[in-house]
Design a protein around this ligand. Structure first.
Ligand code: ADP
Ligand code: NI
Length: 217
């Protein structure tokens, strides 16, 4: 089977999986990650673009937040086997999918391949900037979290005196527990540059959010 056909089938598999998602993992997220990763890959050659592309398309089909993870992993393996992908490539794709998540990286020190680093950078870039903000609020809505829990004031949040573990979940908390950390965790130079812009935009957003939240006008 030609690579082009394998990618086409992966796209169909992904589309079926993400079709009804309103938690920030919709089909458009996968397309953006794919475009970002291919843009980075172009500037970080030599890399295996096929592995990157396949991993992007399938990267959120095994996620404990979205599905039963054991069943999803089994479905994905069966699907990859049906494409007659050679064993090395198959393992490389699965290794990326199993290791890119932020939570996983917090607790594991698994080294990613260059291809894995690019997919992770692309996925993280889509958690930043205007799209990142939109996804965060969409996620919060989908998982019954408020925009902000209002437990502390803005100055104590930004000057780092608050123990984030003491705050209940909210979209704004997510900026401090994850999103503002991401710009320093990019692997590639290309992604670092894009991340800085998106990071600055989010900072402005949060500032304006609190200005309006606390405003008496
Ligand atoms: P991905 O694997 O695509 O990075 P995640 O499952 O980590 O996606 O999260 C999906 C989106 O929701 C991302 O934009 C992420 O930053 C955001 N998100 C994740 N956890 C939370 C949370 N607890 N509250 C609000 N937004 C969240
Ligand atoms: Ni993703």
């Amino acid at each position: 089977m030609k690579q082009k056909e394998k990618l086409k089938r992966a796209r169909t598999f992904m589309t079926k999986f993400h079709r009804n998602d309103y938690s920030g993992h919709d089909i458009a997220h996968i397309h953006r990650v794919e475009r970002l990763a291919l843009y980075i890959a172009d500037r970080e050659q030599p890399v295996n673009t096929f592995i990157i592309n396949m991993a992007c398309l399938l990267h959120d089909t095994v996620d404990s937040k979205l599905t039963n993870i054991d069943e999803a992993a089994k479905n994905l393996r069966t699907f990859l086997a049906s494409l007659e992908i050679e064993k090395n490539e198959c393992e490389a794709i699965l290794h990326i999918i199993n290791n890119i998540s932020y939570n996983h990286a917090q607790t594991h020190t698994t080294m990613l391949t260059k291809e894995g680093q690019i997919v992770r950078d692309a996925d993280r870039l889509d958690a930043l900037g205007a799209i990142g903000i939109a996804r965060t609020f969409q996620f919060a809505g989908a998982f019954n979290e408020p925009m902000w829990s209002n437990e502390v004031d803005f100055p104590s949040l930004i000057n780092g005196t608050v123990n984030l573990n003491d705050l209940s979940p909210s979209a704004i908390k997510h900026f401090y527990e994850k999103l503002f950390n991401l710009k320093d965790l990019m692997h590639t130079k290309t992604a670092m540059t894009l991340a800085k812009e998106r990071h600055n935009f989010m900072q402005q957003f949060v500032q304006q959010f609190f200005y309006e939240w606390e405003s008496s006008i």
